[in-house]
Design a protein around this ligand. Structure first.
Ligand code: AMP
Ligand code: MG
Length: 530
């Protein structure tokens, strides 16, 4: 008997897909399977660092359960409940544009699919819970600094309204993990609607395993996009739905200055959620080609490139779904030779000689091309709202872009500029070295908003609902991590979590998260810290 017996687990993934029944955690060659049953590696001296009470409540944990030893043991991987059937999923992916083959899951173990009291399914996953068959040469562990960064950032993203995986709990394992030097280890218990990635499909496409792709597509559609199943081509409808979800997601990122940092195909979620927080950060001063990640030398995942790279990832998904689209459209094609996973266009060459495939390629290409329009519409909607425009028109895009251009010219703070526009524009003006340009822009803006004939107070209220007052300022995140690790002080983490739970509200005591860093405080690089 466990205090946690009331939890309901239902592993449809395990039931519907081909699993590997050998219960062995060590890295090895797994034959054919799409996931492997594994158990987390027990830890000796776990201590809870943070719990998201609200997340826990949504999942159906009672206060008593949260305070129980069983809960702490479960989120460290020491207690695996009977219905969980814990497993690691298999996926591959492109890293920085290069096909990297099988990548994981090397250090994340799904404890199981939890059915919440409201009937939703959430994957409970432990990141850093020890090796899996897919760990390659790595240790399967995570360090405290990156776990804390993910905990804080994913919770902040949730409260900003961005689709994301969430943090349930972070635990220090009490063990040291060797990286450039020894660092304290941690396990992050995170919750997702799904942890299926573009790279999950890609792995099986690379193996030319059309049956696995079909099973995976069916699983994703049944669980996340049920409407697609009744379409003429369910696979094409699935692609359309993922394209739309990713376009909306990246427009949301752009609107709050969020830089993911490693948008590799294995970090690109099939549900359009933000997943795998690594060297991510919010930018302070607006620099369109801003990069934080210490390993992104070419600026591939710079802020301004994020839409393009999301579309690149989707072209790879389209490539994977092509045999299914062809089969849906023509009743066969399942066993055709699979082309390179690079882009849909690549397949056009193969299609020259095959009209059936040509039609499927054209349809998939059109779906991926639609990203541009969907993204631009979502971008216009978000940035118009940031400017207090209720009914956006196409030309409002240039109004927003022109503001961004003068912000870039003066390195104005992204968050603060929009926030101040919604309060007193004069304060926003002060941030510009060349106020004349701002004045000219402001005159256009005021003319535009006047056309909507709304009371200024209503407009300002609406603007403050979409322009956050506080974000996880990177220099403060780094300072918080230093306190947690060097001084064992979790106060700053708790404080920041509480403040970021309500990011649109203005309160004086939070000014440290509202204020950009001084020059000497700036943190210009973040590290994967795996
Ligand atoms: P990332 O770029 O952080 O998403 O990492 C890519 C993949 O490498 C992950 O999906 C993991 O499977 C794997 N990986 C990263 N760090 C580790 C580690 N310490 N142990 C095992 N696998 C890892
Ligand atoms: Mg990853």
């Amino acid at each position: 008997m466990s205090t946690l017996d009331s939890l309901e687990f239902d592993n449809r993934f395990t039931n519907e897909l081909d699993g590997d029944e050998i219960l062995l955690n060590t890295p090895r060659q797994v034959q054919g399977a799409m996931f492997s049953h594994v158990k987390p590696t027990p830890t000796s001296m776990p201590s809870l660092i943070a719990i998201s009470d609200e997340m826990a409540e949504e999942l159906g944990f009672t206060q008593e359960q949260l305070e129980s030893d069983d809960f702490a043991q479960m989120v460290t991987g020491n207690l695996v409940l009977p219905g969980m059937d814990s497993f690691a999923m298999r996926y591959g992916g492109h890293q920085f544009g290069n096909w990297a083959g099988q990548l994981g899951d090397g250090r994340a173990i799904n404890l199981g699919e939890l059915v919440t009291p409201s009937g939703e399914r959430r994957t409970l996953q432990l990141k850093g819970a020890g090796p899996t068959p897919y760990s390659r040469t790595a240790d399967g562990l995570a360090v405290l600094r990156s776990s804390v960064r993910e905990f804080l950032t994913s919770e902040a993203m949730f409260h900003l309204g961005v689709p994301t995986t969430r943090a349930l709990a972070a635990v220090a394992t009490g063990e040291q993990v060797l990286r450039e030097r020894a660092f304290p280890g941690a396990v992050l218990a995170r919750i997702g609607r799904s942890h299926v990635r573009v790279g999950t499909f890609q792995y099986f496409t690379a193996r030319r395993d059309d049956e696995a792709i079909a099973a995976l597509a069916r699983y994703v559609a049944e669980r996340h996009y049920p409407d697609s199943l009744s379409a003429q081509s369910p696979a094409l409808a699935l692609l359309d739905a993922v394209v739309a979800a990713q376009a909306a997601l990246v427009a949301h990122w752009q609107s709050i200055g969020f830089i993911h940092g490693v948008m590799n195909t294995d970090n690109s979620s099939i549900t359009g959620d933000t997943i795998d927080y690594g060297p991510c950060a919010f930018m302070d001063e607006y620099v369109p080609d801003k990069v934080f990640s210490s390993i992104d030398h070419g600026g591939r995942y710079a802020y301004s490139n994020q839409p393009h790279l999301a579309q690149w990832n989707l072209a790879n998904l389209a490539q994977c779904l092509l045999p299914l689209i062809e089969r849906d459209m023509h009743g066969d094609g399942a066993s055709r030779d699979t082309a390179s996973t690079d882009t849909v266009t690549q397949s056009v060459h193969d299609a020259d000689t095959d009209p059936g495939r040509q039609a499927a390629v054209d349809a998939a290409q059109a779906s991926v091309d639609a990203f541009t329009g969907l993204f631009e519409a979502a971008w216009l909607e978000r940035f118009s709202r940031k400017l207090g425009i209720e009914s956006p028109r196409e030309e409002d895009a240039s109004l927003a872009r022109d503001l961004l251009d003068i912000m870039a010219a003066d390195s104005a703070d992204f968050t603060l500029t929009f926030r101040q526009l919604g309060a007193t524009a004069d304060v926003a003006r002060d941030a510009f070295n060349d106020p004349d340009q701002f004045d000219a822009w402001q005159a256009r803006w005021l003319t535009r908003v006047a056309e909507e004939a709304r009371p200024a107070a209503d407009r300002q209220r609406d603007m403050q609902r979409v322009n956050p007052a506080v974000i996880p300022r990177n220099h403060q995140v780094e300072a918080m991590i230093r306190s947690a690790i060097d001084e064992n002080d979790l106060g700053p983490l708790e404080n920041m979590l509480a403040m970021l739970a309500d990011p649109f509200d203005e309160r004086a005591e939070r000014s440290f998260l509202a204020t950009p860093p001084e020059l000497v405080e700036r943190v210009t690089q973040t590290f994967c810290g795996t």
